[in-house]
Write a protein that binds this ligand. Structure first.
Ligand code: NAD
Length: 511
C-alpha cells in the first residue's frame, strides 16, 4: 500500500514545498536560481524553500499589474464592492487554515494567528464601504453657472513590502484599501513566512478578483530595490524595522513615489501608584510576551512610578511560571518559538548584556528547557532596574523580554517616553481619569492605550506611530489609507450657455 505523507498547512499552499511567485493570476516558478529557507521554528528544520525574485521577475509582476490597471480602475464601485464582500467571506471561511499557515512559518500559537487574521479581516470589512469612502465634495454655483467638485482617483500600480511578524494582517492592512480604491498591487511579503500571502492571493482569485490586480513576488533586497526604482510603481507601503523603513522612504521619495514606511518601536507601559496591580500585571505579561514579543505594539518596557514598583514586579514575576511555552500547533501553548535561530540568539544576547550592564534579571528565558531544543525557543525574561543607557532599553529587542524602568514621578515617566526616539504605541494604567487625560495630551506617541496595553486601532481608524516609528505623512489603513491610495482631482465645470459666452482674456475670477 502506498504510504500517505501528511502535508503541513504551508505545504498545501505551496504544493511542491517550494514557494514561487503569483503573477497575473497564476503561480510562476521562481527562476532566478536564488532562494532562501523557510523554517518550521518549532523544530528548527527547513520546511521549504522560497524563490528570491530577480529584477526581471519583479518587472513581470509590475507588467501584470500595469496591464490589469485600466480595467480594474474602470470597474464600477458596486462591482468592486461585491468582490470585496466575497474576499471578506472567503478569508472568514478560511480563517483556521490561514492561522495554521501563519503559525507554521512564524511560530506564533494558532489562537494568536487566528486573532491576527480576524484583525486583518477588519480592514477588508472597512474597504467594503469604499463607495461611501470615495465620495468627493461638490460646490454648486461657485461662480455664475460654474460648479466645482473633487474626486479621488487611484494611483496606478502600488507596492507593498511587509514584515515577518504579521504575515496575514499587515498585507491586509495594505491590500484592502489599495485594491478597493482601484489600484493594482505588487506585494513582496517577508521571505521568512511568505505562504500566507500566497494563500490569500489564491483565495482572492476565487472570490472573483481579476487576474493581475494582486501579484505576489517573493524575495529579498534585490526584489525590494527593483520595486523602489521601477518607473511604473507609483507608491510604496512598507512595514518593518526602522533602518530599512528609513532606506525605503528615502529611496522611494527620491524617485518621486508616494511612500508610507511604518517602522520599529519601543512601547512603554506606565503604571501609576493608584493602578490596579493585578490588572496591570496581567496586561504587562500578556502584552510583553504574547507572540513571543514579536509585535510592533508589544510592551517592551514597564515604567513603574513611585512605590508601585515592588508590588507590581512581584505580581508580574508570580505570573511567569504560568506562561506555557511550546509549539504553535499545540493548543496548550501560549507562547511559541521565535522566528529564526539567529533572531532568538540575538534576543538572548540582550539578557546576557543586561546582566553585564548591572540590571537585575528577575527571570531568564534561557533557563527554559526548550531553549536547549532544536526549535527556536526562548522562555520569558523579566529585567528590573533598567536604565535608559542600557542596550536592553535603547534597542528594539523584539522578543519575550520585559524590561522595567523605575521612576519617581509621572513627569519622569512622560519625559522618558518623549525622549525615546520611537513613538509607536504606549499605555497608562491608572484609576485617575485626569491623569490618563493628561497623559494622552502630553505623550509624543501615535497610539495610546488607557488601561489597554495594546492599543491597535480598529479598522475604521488608522494605524501609525510618531517619530522614528513612521516615515511619511499618512498612517496605514482606515481613512488615511484611502487618502494614501488615491489622489484628488478638482474639476471646475460650466455647461454651455451661448447667451453668456464672450471672449475674455483676463484671469478667471468668480462672478
Ligand atoms: P525587516 O525590516 O527586516 O523586513 C521587512 C521587509 O523588508 C521584508 O519584506 C524584508 O524582506 C525587507 N528587507 C529586509 N532587509 C532589507 C534590505 N536590506 N533592503 C531592502 N529590503 C529589505 O523587518 P522584520 O524583521 O521582517 O519585521 C520586524 C520589524 O518590523 C520590527 O522592527 C517591528 O517593530 C517592525 N514592525 C513595525 C510595524 C509598525 O506598524 N510600525 C508593524 C509590524 C512590524
Amino acid at each position: 500500500m502506498a504510504q500517505v505523507t501528511e502535508r503541513t498547512p504551508a505545504e498545501r499552499v505551496s504544493g511542491t514545498g517550494r514557494i514561487d511567485h503569483w503573477i497575473g493570476g497564476r503561480t510562476v516558478p521562481a527562476s532566478s536560481g536564488r532562494h532562501g529557507p523557510v523554517y518550521d521554528p518549532a523544530t528548527g528544520q527547513v520546511a521549504r524553500e522560497v524563490g528570491f525574485a530577480s529584477a526581471e521577475e519583479v518587472d513581470a509582476a509590475v507588467r501584470a499589474a500595469r496591464d490589469a490597471f485600466p480595467a480594474w480602475r474602470a470597474t464600477s464601485l458596486s462591482r468592486r464592492t461585491e468582490i470585496l464582500f466575497r474576499m471578506r467571506n472567503i478569508i472568514e471561511s478560511h480563517r483556521e487554515e490561514l492561522a495554521r499557515v501563519v503559525s507554521s512559518e512564524h511560530g506564533k500559537v494558532e489562537s494568536d494567528a487566528f486573532g491576527e487574521v480576524s484583525r486583518g479581516l477588519e480592514n477588508v470589512e472597512f474597504a467594503c464601504g469604499i463607495p461611501n469612502l470615495l465620495k468627493g465634495g461638490f460646490s454648486e454655483q461657485v461662480s455664475t453657472g460654474i460648479d466645482v467638485y473633487q474626486i479621488r482617483q487611484p494611483l496606478g500600480v502600488v507596492a507593498g513590502i511587509t514584515p515577518f511578524n504579521f504575515p496575514a494582517m499587515v498585507p491586509l492592512w495594505m491590500l484592502s484599501n489599495a485594491i478597493a480604491c482601484g489600484n493594482t498591487v505588487v506585494l513582496k511579503p517577508s521571505e521568512k513566512d511568505p505562504s500566507a500571502s500566497m494563500l490569500m492571493a489564491r483565495l482572492f482569485q476565487q472570490a472573483g478578483l481579476p487576474d493581475g490586480v494582486l501579484n505576489v513576488v517573493n524575495g529579498d533586497k534585490v526584489a525590494v530595490d527593483r520595486i523602489l526604482e521601477h518607473p511604473d510603481i507609483s507608491a510604496v507601503s512598507f512595514v518593518g524595522s526602522t533602518p530599512i523603513a528609513r532606506y525605503i522612504y528615502e529611496q522611494a521619495t527620491a524617485r518621486g513615489k508616494r511612500c508610507q514606511a511604518l517602522a520599529g518601536a519601543k512601547n512603554h507601559m506606565v503604571v501609576l501608584p493608584d493602578a490596579d496591580i493585578d490588572m496591570a500585571a496581567d496586561a504587562a505579561v500578556s502584552a510583553g510576551y504574547g507572540s513571543a514579543g514579536e509585535r510592533c505594539m508589544a510592551i517592551a518596557t514597564v515604567v513603574a512610578v513611585g512605590d508601585v514598583a515592588d508590588p507590581l514586579i512581584e505580581a508580574i514575576r508570580a505570573r511567569l511560571p504560568g506562561v506555557k511555552v511550546g509549539p504553535g500547533s499545540d493548543p496548550e501553548s501560549q507562547m511559541g518559538p521565535l522566528v529564526t535561530r539567529e533572531h532568538r540568539d540575538r534576543v538572548a544576547g540582550y539578557v546576557e548584556g543586561a546582566v553585564r550592564q548591572g540590571a537585575t534579571v528577575v527571570a531568564d528565558g534561557r533557563e527554559h528547557e526548550l531553549y536547549r531544543s532544536d526549535g527556536f525557543f526562548l522562555g520569558v525574561s523579566l529585567i528590573d532596574h533598567v536604565t535608559p543607557a542600557m542596550d536592553c532599553y535603547r534597542d528594539e529587542i523584539f522578543g519575550p523580554v520585559l524590561t522595567v524602568v523605575r521612576v519617581r514621578t509621572y513627569e519622569d515617566a512622560v519625559r522618558l517616553i518623549n525622549d525615546n526616539p520611537w513613538g509607536n504605541g504606549t499605555a497608562i494604567f491608572t484609576r485617575d481619569g485626569g491623569a490618563a487625560r493628561q497623559f494622552q495630551f502630553d505623550v509624543t506617541v501615535g497610539m495610546v492605550g488607557i488601561n489597554v496595553p495594546i492599543p491597535v486601532p480598529v479598522g475604521y481608524y488608522s494605524f501609525g506611530g510618531w517619530k522614528s516609528s513612521l516615515f511619511g505623512d499618512l498612517h496605514m489603513y482606515g481613512p488615511e489609507g484611502v487618502q494614501f491610495y488615491t489622489r484628488a482631482k478638482v474639476v471646475t465645470s460650466r455647461w454651455p450657455d451661448p447667451g453668456t459666452s464672450k471672449v475674455d482674456l483676463g484671469f478667471p475670477r468668480t462672478r
